[in-house]
Design a protein around this ligand. Sequence first.
Ligand code: MSP
Length: 578
Amino acid sequence: MPGLFFVYAGSGPMPPWQTPTLECLLRAPIPSTVAAMSRYYLTTPIYYVNDKPHIGHCFTTCFADVVARFQRLFGREVFFLTGTDEHADKVVSTAAEHGMSPMQWADTNARAFEQAFAALNISNDDFIRTTQPRHTTKVLEYIAALQKRGDIYLGDYTGWWDPSQEEYLTETTAKDAGYKSPVTGKDLVKRTERNYFFKLSAYHDRLVEHLARNPEFILPESRRNEVLGRLRERLVDIPISRGITDDPSSQWGIRMPEDATHRIYVWIDALFNYLSVIDTDEKQDFWPPSAHLLAKDILWFHAVIWPCLLMALGRPLPGTVYAHGYFVRDGRKMSKSLGNFIDLAVINQYCAKYSADAFRWFLATQGPIGNNDADFSHTKFIEVYNADLANGIGNAISRVGNMCDKYFNGTVPDAKGVSSLPGLADFDWPSIISRHVASAIGKADALDITGALQEGVLLVKKVDAYINVTEPFKLAKKIAPGSDESPERDRLAAILYHCAEALRVATLLHSPAIPTAAAKVQTAWHCLPAAGATLAQQTLWNGAHSLVPGAPLTKGDILFMRAEPGPLNPDEHTPGAA
Ligand code: MSP
């Protein structure tokens, strides 16, 4: 695990302490709330190219995509970045195993990530590859700036080296493993290397203070507490370079400025991607990021090392580092050795059979958002698909579309200004809608996309309940054929208008997770969202974007066919089938 390289376990010189100066404290970023920002910059981790995409990568990227789409819906200017991390040593050995150069291997796998994300309808605005010159030149500038400030120095790193895995282990891990490799059982070796160090220790106090002042800096809260717990021990300086030897893998990476015998450690190179992409005349206003999304495995890099690098560079810090849990299978970690990954082949089967929207919906509503890990199970997938999509929004849209088609010739009925029916106080539509919309906005801003999407689901349930109480299909039978004017017809028109308008809003609230299905409804109902309008404007009752009586409202195709329980692929064992 490359991360371990960072943990100072050795006996090299302790770095000089540097108390934060007043100037440093004054430069501490001013806490900003998402609500106050009109620009929203959002990132995923950049993924290693020595591997193919799997559900874990797709999950974080899909999570980010839903956040990005919510923010666009709220009227913010969004920049959503994902990409690949290409300078890991393993790229060299894996490329050789495939008879390719490291660059060819990186090209192949970066393309696989791009294709996987395109198939999942991911709306990223850019895709950074750390081998691109736009990134490598900026990394050199940042390292040179840190050197100039005196935040980088040459020193000795001593640690427990696992020759079989080519990595350093922490003192604790080494001790717990009896100073043997936890993977191969071979002896660990105490080793000293000459390295460039970053003065992480100098930023300890400022970081702790930043965390104290900005509770939303690390989310969820439990992860913030974990980091705060670890920060009770003072930070030590970290090596940020690795020596170049005769080993071909040591040639791969960005050389240290003015020292061709060292290359920049892959994690430092990788973290800078968030800045290098945006550090241009056209895009710099997007800085700082509103949110970095990632999983718990790489929280320390993002919540500790990254902000300290930024402080050293004098850049404002990101709003939130959000570390979600893991997708697991039957309670066990997914890994190559267990062969239990939900890989791209399986993901493609889900998308082909149930649609990319359906797969996205499952990830966004059942994924490991928050503290806990989440289990992937086919049975659960079918359950959620039927409940929320086929029998939820899909069925409601089809029922109301059919009734408008049948009773109002495929047009929007005219409620004549009535927004709630007498005796039905529970169905005051303007306030129901504004409540769900406000709640969805609050939740999406807090990165609780599951909660935000649930507001749309609740709105659909309310429409179903309204149909059950008002029984429009029975009412329609009481209307004499050809009669245009009658109290029953007015009531029917009001009921169906309420349903259609509430479903227009519910569709908007579902749209970040199911963009294709939402666009189908919006096309059939002639209510494609207007660019530039906020969600509050778009969902105002009797507002400028409401359905217009008399406008066409066509039935449209069935959005989500009901799924039968049973395996994903009847001919094969279905991964995840419970
Ligand atoms: N390259 C580094 C990140 C550098 S970011 C400056 C890296 N890459 S990775 O390919 O290993 O991706 C790790 C990330 O993939 C996790 O943080 C998470 O976002 C996602 N996931 C990988 N496996 C996962 C699960 N099983 N479940 C959920 N997401 C996980 O680390």
